[in-house]
Design a binder for this molecule. Sequence first.
Ligand code: C2E
Ligand code: MG
Ligand code: MG
Ligand code: MG
Length: 279
Amino acid sequence: EAKRRDRPQTVRYQAELDRRVQGRLQMVARLHEAIEREEFELHFQPQYFASGREPVGLEALVRWRHPERGLVPPGEFIPVCEDSGLIVPLGRWVLREAARHHRLLVEAGWQGLTIAVNVSAIQFRSGELEADVGALVQEFSLPPGVLELELTESIVMDDPEAAIAVLERLRQFGVMLSIDDFGTGYSSMAYLHRLPVDKLKIDRSFIADVEEDSHNAAICESVLSLARSFGLKVIAEGVETRAQMDWLRQRGCDEVQGFLLARPMPFADVLRHLGHPPR
Ligand code: C2E
Ligand code: MG
Ligand code: MG
Ligand code: MG
């Protein structure tokens, strides 16, 4: 009796599972093509000194220009790229595009700006990042301090020693390193004093209502004091209000990024947004 009732449900469950696996496989195949056809594009979000007036650099954020669906945000395809290994060729493309746009920035008179690129932990552990970055720095003659890699705490997870060695070699190329979404992931606290990084990026979940939410304020204050004692810079992401920006500046946060200052935008809009370069 119970069995007879279960059957159709099992069948339905199996069908649902098949459909999902199929969908996933199709997406992987489609992403493969998208990389070959270069259907991706970079948008850039300006990062500012804490005063909010002078730009420090740009964060490159990838989007998929899907022929039918339009602009697809990274949250919808980066995880699939990570699971399938496609993040390695995609990440390589992103790095190259970032370097190419740095050249365009210099041509427009903005030589001082940094370009930050997000690097997935899978890409970091692929063993190819170092060689890719080294080749890029050479090909584009990137001056030290221009290219910044945004990494997550999870890179140190399974083999901290190996990760530290890679970070050290990356820095020898003149690459700056920051820890993205700091405070949300696996805690690298125990390794922080040994991690050769330049900057901590406070996750935007801690910036929300920071001037009123005492829990978030405490977290931000500890990140700021941690950074101070390790000689690291701090950037806050997701700054949406003047009150948040003032709060952060008053407590020694070095840089800010968020919708208050600028949204991610195509490169042409960045140049318009920045206005006249400094002379
Ligand atoms: P992330 O690196 O932490 O980037 C910040 C995200 O927050 C971006 O979303 C940005 O548009 C958004 N954001 C910036 N300011 C504000 C704000 O004031 N308020 C709010 N609500 N959001 C803000 P996006 O572009 O959708 O990217 C999401 C995530 O996808 C990134 O988080 C990053 O982890 C990943 N990602 C983006 N591009 C790449 C890439 O080229 N490679 C890799 N591996 N990951 C990428
Ligand atoms: Mg980032
Ligand atoms: Mg972030
Ligand atoms: Mg984030």
